[in-house]
Design a protein around this ligand. Structure first.
Ligand SMILES: [Cu+2]
Length: 465
């Protein structure tokens, strides 16, 4: 087995474009495991092949493989799926093996990989292996490097994982529709030497966005910019699992952006370094500290930090509209507007109508009746009340003394006494403001001594009209 594998690796490394695909080797289909749970699955410890340190896919899973004559064989099934976006809302999406995004594929640098792709969609598809060095004919671009995979057909992709790092996969066929429907997945190629780039916890997820009208189930695929659901791995807060870390762990979080806009991903209480992109690992000397990493469309970022401080730390996209759920963007700003009378009148026409936010409008507290299958715009309950978030938001939960492989939600952080912001209950003195003789905002001495005459020349000569 090992000689055969070495042969493949050597040949693949020398000539990327050579016709190495063995049709005999691909004669039987491997099993296609399915996932029916939307929650984060435990990391998949490799049962065979080269050893590596597995990743944890946020609200996702890793695809098991079959080892055949030294080749890692995977089977992806492109198909319609029902994805729970968060408890209380399900979406009709397209994905792979029962979920959107599809399962994470984990291989090791130098592995020869064969991926069977079965199309159970109503239209043709293909898979592009974003960021990989591979023979051109395996690049998955419909029309350019292969014909589309027609409904009911299975295609085989085969290449050597040349470069360790962070990658993704997605269709390169009717892309606008297929990515708007949720077809994408993560790919990690681990280094051949497992002690290279080693961390204690390694989380991965994709950023995606959907436009699903309140009360409906299927994304509008023609939307270009005005999406209303911003998600990590097709989950919106409070449906996104926490990122659970043991205090003192070196933590890596890798994310890829397959939405139509950039996302500044921000962590609280810690600073991180950008250590990798889909182009490879950043040399140590070129890394720089950040607390927010902007990830452009089609890019991936790996960030690393030392989980030094216990607590429940917010982790989210810093665009405020991306940390909330579906809303009408034509809602006017009503801060400072007294709507009491108006609301009463409208209530006679539309029972249950509520005026929005004249004091800033804490919409998380509004108990407006929602259409079915619709998430509240700002939601989530924390130990101190409403968190008033949604969308691309989750919590990095850092705790002392967790077991190495423990990713279970530890519940809310219990703050040591005297370490929580508190209410001041002393006297409230009138704040000192600038006083002027006349009480006007501009001091008299600074005023011009004489009123400035403004002269306006009126039009004339048209009196006859
Ligand atoms: Cu964003």
């Amino acid at each position: 087995m090992s000689t055969r594998r070495e042969f493949f690796i050597g040949a693949g490394a020398i000539a990327l474009g050579a016709g190495l695909v063995s049709k005999v080797g691909a004669a039987s289909l491997p099993e296609a495991p399915m996932m029916d749970k939307p929650s984060t699955q435990p990391p998949l410890t490799p049962p065979n092949g080269r050893p590596y340190n597995p990743v944890v896919t946020l609200n996702g899973w890793t695809l098991p493989w079959r080892m055949k004559n030294g080749v890692k064989e995977f089977h992806l099934v492109a198909e319609p799926v029902v994805r729970e976006i968060a408890p209380g809302m399900k979406a009709n999406l397209w994905g792979y093996n029962g979920q959107s995004p599809g399962p994470t594929i984990e291989v090791v640098e130098g592995d020869r990989v064969r991926i069977f792709v079965t199309n159970k969609l109503p239209e043709h598809t293909s898979i592009h292996w974003h960021g990989q060095r591979l023979p051109n004919g395996m690049d998955g671009v419909t029309g350019l490097t292969q014909p589309g995979i027609q409904p009911g057909k299975t295609f085989v992709y085969e290449f050597v994982a040349q470069r360790p790092g962070t990658f993704m996969y997605h269709p390169h066929a009717d892309e606008m529709v297929q990515m708007a429907m949720g077809m994408m997945g993560f790919w990690v190629t681990h280094p051949k030497n497992p002690s290279l780039h080693k961390v204690d916890r390694d989380f991965v997820f994709l950023l995606n966005a959907y436009d699903i009208d309140p009360g409906s189930y299927t994304p509008k695929v023609n939307t270009m910019l005005d999406f209303n659901l911003w998600t990590f791995n097709s989950r919106a807060f409070p449906g996104i699992d926490p990122i659970v870390c043991r205090q003192g762990d070196r933590v890596r979080i890798r994310f890829g952006n397959l939405t139509m806009t950039n996302h500044p991903i921000h962590i609280h209480g810690h600073e991180f370094e950008v250590t990798g992109t889909d182009g490879g690992w950043v040399p140590k000397s070129a890394r720089w500290p950040e607390v927010t990493a902007d990830v452009a469309v089609g890019q991936m970022r790996a960030i690393e930090f030392d989980a030094n401080y216990e607590g429940d730390w917010a982790f989210h996209c810093h665009k405020s509209h991306h940390a909330m759920n579906a809303m009408g963007h034509d809602v006017p700003t009503m801060i400072g507007v007294d709507q009491r009378g108006v609301a009463e009148k409208i209530n006679k026409l539309i029972p249950g109508y509520m005026a929005m936010g004249e004091n800033g409008g804490s919409m998380g507290e509004m108990e407006m009746p929602l259409p079915e299958n619709t998430l509240p715009m700002m939601t989530g309950q924390g130990p101190f009340g409403g968190i008033e978030m949604g969308g691309m938001f989750t919590i990095v939960k850092i705790r002392k003394g967790l077991a190495r492989n423990d990713y279970k939600d530890p519940g809310w952080y219990k703050h040591p006494k005297g370490t929580v912001a508190y209410e001041y209950t002393g006297d409230l003195a009138e704040p000192t403001r600038v006083q002027t003789k006349s009480g006007e905002a501009m001091a008299g001495e600074q005023k011009p001594s004489k009123e400035i005459e403004v002269q306006v020349r009126k039009p004339n000569g048209h009196s006859g009209h």
